[in-house]
Design a protein around this ligand. Structure first.
Ligand code: ATP
Length: 366
């Protein structure tokens, strides 16, 4: 699921970035390729140091690739300075001018571009409307909250109507509730303006909530690209499976594989079915990735396996069950508390469990 439905806005082709300080070299990006569609909300997701910001800086033009090229609407951006690219950036610290009013901040970039006065004031009005800050237009930056500053930073970056907006962890300074509100707000702004958003974050929930597609990065590489649901349901790497959401990773063996799925041996049980198609030969070890909320306990499912409960943790909305398999591997199942009654299961009880074939992803890297 890596295809784009509309036009390609940004095409990153075989791009590497090697930092060289004279005494040592560091490969921050290693032959990265990806296409981002126009009107897409695209997220670069990964842990600190994986190269997200470096890729964003290359697209913005603040850095040059060591190898490869970046195209915008099919044209090579090579040697085009940042201010000449139809690309704008929202930084983590907003970089607003504190002594200016909200309106002046929004107008600043347009004035620098030499846009006529009337056009500048019309766009400022439009942007104030877009981020719902009309009533505060004459307030100074020092007189507004962090969340409001975030909106001004967005308005200022959107004002020149860039084709692509780059957002480098723009919500990280906000508290949790405000961050959740702003996630919805960003999605709305992207839909309303139709501008391509490239969003950088290390927060998996943020990526799942807002993105049309996510690229998961690690160590200068892109491991997997896809829509949130695809990345969550069909992780192809251990790292992707573990970085996004909670996961059980079990060691198992391939019994038989075909176009309709794969039969797996887990401990002594050999007829477990996965909807994933594997390229690993029969008898070889693989990892199974199973989300805790996809495990049915007791007799709810169709593939009853057994386990020994080791811990039961009540969380209000759900309960987490830790249990061991006969071969010693451990698993976690998360069960929604849709009813008030306590099942009464406790550590030491033997339970049966099952998973639907489409909830078992096969991971081939080890
Ligand atoms: P974070 O979330 O912490 O910002 P990131 O994924 O955005 O992480 P980058 O800022 O892209 O990571 O950095 C990737 C790697 O490249 C890091 O190990 C970093 O130390 C290194 N790096 C970045 N800029 C330079 C530079 N100018 N010189 C040398 N190394 C650099």
């Amino acid at each position: 699921m890596e295809q784009i439905t509309g036009n390609v806005a940004i095409s990153v082709q075989d791009v590497s970035k090697i930092f060289d300080d004279g005494t040592s070299t560091f490969v921050a990006l290693d032959q990265v390729s990806l296409d981002i569609g126009s009107n897409e909300f695209f997220t670069l997701l990964g842990p600190s140091g994986c190269g997200k910001t470096t890729l964003l800086r290359l697209i913005a033009g603040f850095e040059q690739p060591s190898n490869g090229q970046i195209l915008l609407n099919g044209k090579n951006l090579d040697r085009l300075p940042p201010f000449k690219r139809p690309v704008n950036t929202v930084f983590q610290n907003y970089a607003l001018f504190p002594h200016m009013t909200i309106s002046q901040n929004i107008a600043f970039g347009l004035e620098m571009l030499g846009r006529p006065k009337k056009e500048v004031s019309d766009i400022v009005e439009e942007m104030l409307e877009l981020v719902q800050m009309k009533h505060l237009a004459d307030r100074k930056i020092t007189q507004i909250s962090g969340g409001q500053q975030q909106r001004v930073a967005l308005a200022r970056a959107l004002a020149p109507k860039p084709q692509v907006l780059l957002l480098d962890e723009p919500l990280s300074a906000l508290d949790l509730q405000l961050r959740k509100d702003m996630q919805l707000e960003l999605k709305r702004l992207q839909l309303e303006t139709g501008i391509t958003f490239i969003f950088v974050t290390h927060d998996q929930e943020e990526a799942l909530t807002m993105s049309d597609r996510i690229a998961v990065m690690q160590g200068g590489h892109i491991l997997q690209i896809g829509p949130p649901r695809d990345i969550y349901e069909h992780p192809r790497h251990r790292f992707v499976a573990g970085f996004i959401g909670e996961i059980n990773l079990l060691t198992a063996k391939i019994v038989k594989t075909g176009p309709d799925g794969t039969e797996i041996q887990l401990g002594e049980i050999s007829n477990i079915k996965s909807a994933s198609v594997s390229t690993v030969p029969t008898g070889e070890a693989i990892s199974l990735a199973i989300r805790p909320e996809r495990i049915f306990l007791d007799s709810e499912g169709k593939q009853p396996l057994s386990g020994l409960l080791t811990n039961v943790v009540y969380h209000g909305t759900d309960t987490l069950y830790h249990f061991n398999l006969p071969d010693g591997q451990s698993l976690r199942a998360r069960r929604q508390n849709t009813r008030k009654v306590d099942e009464g299961w406790k550590a030491g009880d033997t339970i049966s469990w099952s998973v639907q074939p489409d909830s078992i992803a096969i991971i081939e890297d080890r």
